[in-house]
Design a protein around this ligand. Sequence first.
Ligand SMILES: [Zn+2]
Length: 315
Amino acid sequence: MASILDRVRQGVVVGDGGYLLELERRGYADSGSEREKVGTGKGSGQFTPEVAVENPDALRGLHREFLAAGAQVLQALTFFATREKLSRAGYGAQTEAINAAAVRIAREVAGGNALVAGSVSRTQLFEREGPSPAGHVRDLLAEQVQLLVAAGVDFLILETFFHLEEMRIALQFAAASGLPVVATMSFRPTTERCSDGHSPAECARQMADGGAALVGANCEQEPARMLPILRAKRDAIGGRVGLAAQPAAFRTTDAAPCFTKLPQFPDDLETIQVSRRDFRAFGRQARQEGIAYVGGCCGCNAAYIRALARGVADP
Ligand SMILES: [Zn+2]
């Protein structure tokens, strides 16, 4: 099968949707909201991906839904699967098993019909402890990248990083793996700066310099509010690398332009869900704006990915 780099040269690539929130809605992942305040970045075992070993059929089924909806890439559910984050949820000893199972399940469903991406996200240590644990963060991200490469992913997606410093650490190991890398930051609490103070344009430049093949944004904002971030990145990279976007499906506000800081997160998210029609419109717009890779993040089930794929194909 053609690599992700070849695929984006042929046209807009449609990714898949948000796994953990959808599996939480189905009862297979824990939001943590019964135990503690969610959305602070300091949670213990919130939204960890042990479903890959505890309920593999639930994960397999969701992959199948995204594939049937038109996804050309399946992301292995390895989000928040670094050893320290899994340890906080009581699954640290299964770090190898969870990463390996998630890739195996995605590959099995993808068959010859989709590429398989390994997902790497922030460790949450920068939010919990400030920049001091950078050495520990390096060890954790290096380990996960190595596990995903060993499990045989086609490429890597680095996503939902709030701090550019942590993204740069992840990118260093990901780029050294030799696999193509998609790198997307998430902007919280504002859309003007990431959590360690860099503009979207500066993030894009540094991610491109760090070896990412595609750069962009994911999560936190609905398509309409993410678009200005994407345009700023596009202008900053000047065509050197491609653009990637995986917006959330929740309506944010000028005061809180990130859904995980809204009081509706996580137990009232249904009240701020944007429509799948908005994702169809975003698919069409993404193609016109020259975005190479589009998918959905939190709140996007298969109906949203189907709408997105239709939008990309709309005249
Ligand atoms: Zn998300």
